[in-house]
Design a protein. Structure first.
Length: 206
């Protein structure tokens, strides 16, 4: 695919190449190491449906009992898994793999996402706990704190996208294949815009 860049006086045309296999591998690494991890567990009589199984890890199911319905009795399972919420960089990579040329400008101007931190939320909920007026509110805040602390521990090894983004850029090769002055491009546009219908007829005759 091709990428066009306009400089102060010229327009530059680049041929863009990349190895899909290497970028797909990098995509997997980013999902594993830069996503926000959320632990899920719930009870149901049927297995959950996932729109993207590549974002689900450590899936387990355990039979815990039965539930009687009017017509039949069904087994109840406890389903547990970790859901990964990937950084925005993954969406850009997916567009690149589909050879969407419009993603290149956004990729080149991507702002690195820092590693996940729950400290601000923990401090906020802790302050709410200290300011709570009754036991019920304090119990609710304690549950929130426990959940946040568990989430923080689950995400303690997650990383910034910085090094992975630099790796991605190194895998995308831009080869300059042509340049045109902006003055020339403007002349061509002016030439065609005078009366394109008349010009088209003249070209067909010849």
């Amino acid at each position: 695919m091709f990428y066009f860049k306009v400089d102060s006086e010229v327009a530059l045309k680049y041929e863009v190449k990349f190895n899909k296999f290497e970028i797909e591998k990098l995509r997997e690494d980013i999902i594993r190491n830069c996503s926000i991890i959320i632990h899920r567990e719930y009870y149901n009589t049927f297995s959950p449906h996932f729109t993207d199984k590549s974002l689900v890890f450590n899936f387990k199911s355990k039979l815990i009992g039965e539930k009687e319905y009017f017509e039949e009795t069904k087994d109840i399972y406890l389903y547990t898994f970790d859901e990964y919420k990937p950084p925005y960089l993954i969406k850009l990579i997916d567009r690149l793999l589909k050879e969407d040329v419009t993603v290149l400008e956004e990729l080149l101007n991507y702002k690195v996402e820092n590693e996940v931190s729950f400290d601000e939320e923990i401090n906020l909920v802790n302050q709410e706990y200290l300011n709570a007026d009754n036991i019920f509110e304090r119990e609710q805040r304690i549950k929130e704190l426990e959940n946040l602390l568990n989430q923080k521990n689950l995400n303690k090894n997650q990383q910034s996208t910085d090094s992975y983004y630099q790796k991605l850029l190194s895998l995308i090769k831009f080869a300059l294949i042509d340049t045109l002055s902006l003055d020339y491009i403007q002349r061509v546009e002016d030439f065609y815009s005078k009366d394109t219908k008349v010009l088209s007829k003249a070209l067909k005759k010849n």
